[in-house]
Every structure is written in structure tokens, then in C-alpha cells.
Design a binder for this molecule. Structure first.
Ligand SMILES: *Cc1c(COP(=O)(O)O)cnc(C)c1O
Length: 380
């Protein structure tokens, strides 16, 4: 089976993890800050807070922005469920903004109309989480400007998009947002097995997220009620979690980050090759926004919805590990129990009805890609 995504682990990665295992620190040592520095260097963000998953990063990002009971959080319906779940985990209500068909990302025009209605009704969200679906940056300049106009804080879910760029710079520079979150799950661009990071340019938010990932505890005398108690003193000043990343994961991440540009370049080269090889088939290929460099986490084709199931089954039967990203979150049973129903976000549902993610990963060979294309050609 050719998987839809797969990690790349080199001898250098193995050596880096092995060295940590025989060192003094398995957690809370020097590798985590070094990994944070590597991600900041690649993205242009000032501060990084590494955690055990992107879900954890989204959670502490929302908590640091003060999202809580009585508040609203909005995200895209075409995302992994985690982007929406973190709103409920904070005690807030969640709603969605429909996508634009070309990029599969949150539609700025739909956002503007919804903000206008919410503003008039006095029910503006506190936090907005746009998602860079498939690695293609959302139109952050527009989304960020709208959020600023309405006083809404922004967390970019860039789980798919480390290494991506738009006209204003690298994804993660937080030019139009408060915080950007990355995932290092094995199918994503670079991996730490499980892991995530929140980056920001705001030192106060960074410090808050550092406390939240580690029990709400601080050793900063300036924040303590009784700093003179003794040299051992730490104080819990708020409620936090244990979302820390291990040194093993960080060492793997540092080693992987050295190949970030090469990975994104290879994914783009394979995507362009798919574009050429699929050009004459009855399907639609992902659009590229002007000035955008997608990280190409996923290559999603859209086929006639009435034939999607047959095409999917044929590809799986031919040893092609296709998948579907994503079932619109608002149609999941959990979210239906919270008031959503099919029909609520028609563009997201129309996208989903024809979507198939075909294999794309940095170590994919042209021969494997040719196999995918001929299996598609046979059924289409
Ligand atoms: C993978 C993913 C997440 C969650 O990432 P984890 O690191 O597995 O917690 C969140 N949002 C999106 C869009 C994702 O693809």
C-alpha cells in the first residue's frame, strides 16, 4: 500500500534521539528550547512554546488569550476535529465560518458577513482559528484585518503549513495573528512522533503559554507572592496542564527541521507533477493562490460526488492509500448534539462530497506517483 503520507527518518535523526537517551535530560533539558529556536528561525516568530501535540498548543493558545465560559470561538468546518474541540475544552461556545471552494480555507467574505451580523447582535467571537488547509495559507491579510476591526484575537492552525509562505512572509511569522500553531504528527511536514508548537511575537502570551504547559507554575520572582521563601521556591499562580514535550521529541524535531525547505520543495515538485499527469482527467486539482507557497501537506482532488465512493474503493483496492480530509466537523455526531446539522455550511459539505486525498510525502518516488496516476486513470 502506498500511504497518503509517511514520515522520513534518517540515520541523523536516529543518532540525535540516541544521544538524548544517554544524556542527563529526558525532559526539560536543552533540546526543547533549541527546537523552539529552530522553529522561530524558520518562521520568523519571536517566541516558541513546544508541547506534546498541536491540539495541546491550540488549547493553551486559546487559554492564554482568555477564552472561557460565555465566550465564542469560530473556526473552519474543513479541519481536523481538534481545531473546534479546543473551544469547548476552554468552556467556550463554538461556531464555524464556511470555506471558499478554491483554497478550501475559511472564506474572508463569509467571515466579514458573519462578523457584521455578530457585531450587530453583540455576539462577536473572542478567538478566531483559521486553518491553512493542505498547507495552502489562508488569506491572512484579509482575515487578520477583519479580526482587528472587530477586536477578535486570531490563532492560526498551521498544523499543515510549516514551511509555507504567502505574499507577506513565512507562515508562523504571526503578521496577522496573535499565535500560530504547528503539528509534528508523523503525517505532517516534519515530525517529532507526537508534538506541536505555538509561536508568537508577544512575550506576555509566550510566558503565559509556558506556564500553562507546565501546571501554571512559575519560577520568575517578579510573578511570585513570596519569592524570598528560599532557593527551592516555585509558585503555582494559575491552573495549568502537563503538556510538555520530551527531549527525545525535541532532538528529533531539531534534526528534522534541517530538511524543512527540502521537504517543502520536494512536496511542491511532486504536486506540480501530479498537476501535469492529471490535467486531462475529469477531476479538479488544488488551486494555488497568487503569491502563495503551499507546504503541500495534502494533495486533494475532487471528483464527481456520485462516483467518489467507487473511485475511492478502486484506489484502495489497487494498493493506493487514499483518504478523505475532512468530514465537515459540524456534521460529526458530537457537534450535531450541540446544535449543528448538515446544510449549515454548504460549501464545506460540497467540497467534502467529492474530495479524495491522494498520496503525497517527501520520500515518494516518481514510480509510486505513476502508480497512483495509472490507478486513477483506470477508474476515471
Ligand atoms: C493534525 C492536526 C491537528 C492536531 O494535531 P496533533 O499534533 O495531532 O494534536 C489540528 N489541526 C489540524 C488542521 C491538523 O491537521
Amino acid at each position: 500500500m502506498i500511504p497518503y503520507g509517511r514520515q522520513d527518518i534518517t540515520q541523523g535523526d536516529l543518532d540525535a534521539v540516541h544521544d538524548v537517551l544517554t544524556s542527563d535530560f529526558l525532559t526539560q533539558g536543552p533540546k526543547v528550547p533549541a527546537f523552539e529556536a529552530a522553529v522561530c528561525a524558520a518562521t520568523g516568530a519571536a517566541h516558541g512554546v513546544a508541547v506534546n501535540s498541536a491540539t495541546s498548543a491550540l488549547h493553551i493558545a486559546c487559554l492564554a488569550l482568555g477564552l472561557g465560559r460565555g465566550d465564542l470561538m469560530w473556526t473552519s468546518p474543513i479541519t481536523f476535529v481538534a481545531s473546534a474541540n479546543v473551544g469547548h475544552l476552554c468552556g467556550a461556545e463554538v461556531d464555524f465560518v464556511d470555506i471558499e471552494p478554491g483554497s478550501f480555507n475559511m472564506c474572508p467574505e463569509a467571515l466579514e458577513a458573519k462578523l457584521e451580523r455578530a457585531g450587530a447582535a453583540g455576539r462577536l467571537p473572542k478567538v478566531l482559528i483559521p486553518v491553512h488547509m493542505c498547507g495552502q495559507p489562508a488569506r491572512m491579510e484579509r482575515i487578520g484585518a477583519l479580526a482587528r476591526r472587530y477586536g477578535v484575537r486570531v490563532v492560526e492552525d498551521a498544523s499543515h503549513a510549516i514551511g509555507a509562505r504567502d505574499g507577506t512572509g513565512a507562515t508562523g511569522a504571526c503578521r496577522w495573528s496573535d499565535i500560530t500553531v504547528f503539528s509534528f504528527h508523523p503525517v505532517k511536514i516534519v515530525t517529532t512522533a507526537e508534538g506541536g508548537m505555538a509561536v508568537t511575537n508577544d512575550p506576555t502570551l509566550a510566558a503565559a503559554m509556558e506556564r500553562l504547559r507546565s501546571h501554571g507554575v512559575t519560577r520568575d520572582p517578579a510573578l511570585m507572592a513570596h519569592p524570598d521563601t528560599g532557593p527551592w521556591v516555585y509558585e503555582q499562580i494559575e491552573l495549568g496542564l502537563n503538556y510538555r514535550m520530551t527531549e527525545l521529541q525535541a532532538a528529533l524535531g531539531i534534526s528534522q527541521m534541517q530538511r524543512l525547505e527540502a521537504y517543502v520543495a520536494r512536496r511542491n515538485a511532486l504536486a506540480e507533477r501530479y498537476d501535469r499527469l492529471l490535467a486531462d482527467l475529469p477531476l479538479s486539482r488544488p488551486e494555488r493562490g497568487a503569491d502563495m507557497l503551499s507546504a503541500f501537506h495534502l494533495y486533494v482532488i475532487q471528483v464527481d460526488p456520485s462516483r467518489r465512493r467507487a473511485i475511492f474503493d478502486h484506489l484502495r483496492g489497487a494498493g493506493i492509500g487514499v483518504n478523505v480530509h475532512y468530514i465537515p466537523v459540524h456534521t460529526q455526531p458530537y457537534w450535531r448534539r450541540h446544535g449543528f446539522a448538515p446544510g449549515d455550511f454548504p460549501k464545506a459539505e460540497a467540497y467534502y462530497a467529492g474530495a479524495i486525498s491522494i498520496p503525497l510525502f517527501a520520500t515518494m518516488t516518481e514510480a509510486q506517483q505513476d502508480e497512483v496516476v495509472s490507478a486513477l486513470r483506470a477508474i476515471l
